[in-house]
Write a protein that binds this ligand. Sequence first.
Ligand code: COA
Length: 161
Amino acid sequence: MRLALYPGTFDPITYGHLDIVQRALKLFDRLIVAVADSPWKQRLFSLEERLEMVREVVKGWDRVSVEVLEGLLVDKVRRTGACAVVRGLRAVMDFEYEFEMALTNRTLNPELETVFLMTSMEYIYLRSSLVKEVAALGGDVSCFVPPFVERKLQEKLGGAR
Ligand code: COA
């Protein structure tokens, strides 16, 4: 059984992330979407809210589970017995950051493999902060996030409209 871990902040989860989940399921038997606490990163949604959104939007995939990522990613990989970490690559701009992260993780655990999956062209420009900005300014984000997430964005940012 090949288990992989897909870590991220998911603030909030977008169709771009779901595209990566779908692609990862072609390569692995099971996938854990690991939602990082990332307390140093400025976030719109709390960890509980991000977990709720991720759980809701992946509930149709029985081979996907959702867990919290606390502490180091390499430790989570060891604990879960995952054989790889999955990350999405959108454009060249992602490469340097992902390269540094993958090599740091490999230094911490030489056994760890990171698998990069190319995001679909239609989501190549997508990032959570842009979605939040568009939503905060009253724009339509239905082509970027599932309806459940869209509602959560409206609830959270409704006052700003
Ligand atoms: N589609 C759409 N957007 C995507 C995307 C995709 N396929 N892939 C990444 N993004 C966007 C995200 O929306 C996010 O946008 P934002 O900056 O506007 O919020 C950005 O790219 C980065 O997001 P994400 O994939 O969530 O990565 P991250 O950098 O927030 O997460 C962790 C990094 C959580 C994986 C990393 O910090 C980690 O491993 N933490 C655990 C602690 C640890 O081990 N640290 C050492 C790591 S070397």
